[in-house]
Design a protein around this ligand. Sequence first.
Ligand code: CO
Length: 197
Amino acid sequence: MRDLSNLFDNNRRWAGEIKKKDPKFFLKLSKLQSPRYLWIGCSDSRVPANEITGLLPGELFVHRNVANVVVHTDLNCLSVVQFAVEVLGIEHIILCGHYGCGGVRSAMESAQLGLIDNWLRHIKDVEGKHRGVLARIKSKEKRFERLCELNVLEQAHNICQTTIVQDAWRKGRALSVHAWIYDLRDGLLRGLWSRHQ
Ligand code: CO
């Protein structure tokens, strides 16, 4: 534990600062969470969901994996979506990718990194589906950026196709799906697409 004492120091400082503003903050949160948003994003350490959206603990339900992929049979991701939509009653699902995504780059370059190559096959599928559009982009960096965007859009589409979202919409529930992209170079989010119901 010796090497990580700085993290505990940080934690005590962080909790202290929050309690200074609202002495009952953690007590209230320990009883109930009622986030309005579900964030599905990349595991990348440079894309911390709460920080970049300025949201506090309790305000954002989060699922992250390498390259923000939504696989139709991924029980982990689907369980998060089901719990968020049906139990927590969240109203917005945000699928957020980012430029400079290492997962997308590795897929594009067909890098051999081990087990994760199997996961990144899903990005190769996105690349294959949009081969024509991507082939017309001469610059490799621009092609990479476009694939990051296409990946977000495809994964947002996958979210819409889940039984959970389809059921919610069939029942007339107010639930929106948003595709966003985050730029590591300026810290800004940009909306690419959204579907409301
Ligand atoms: Co990434």
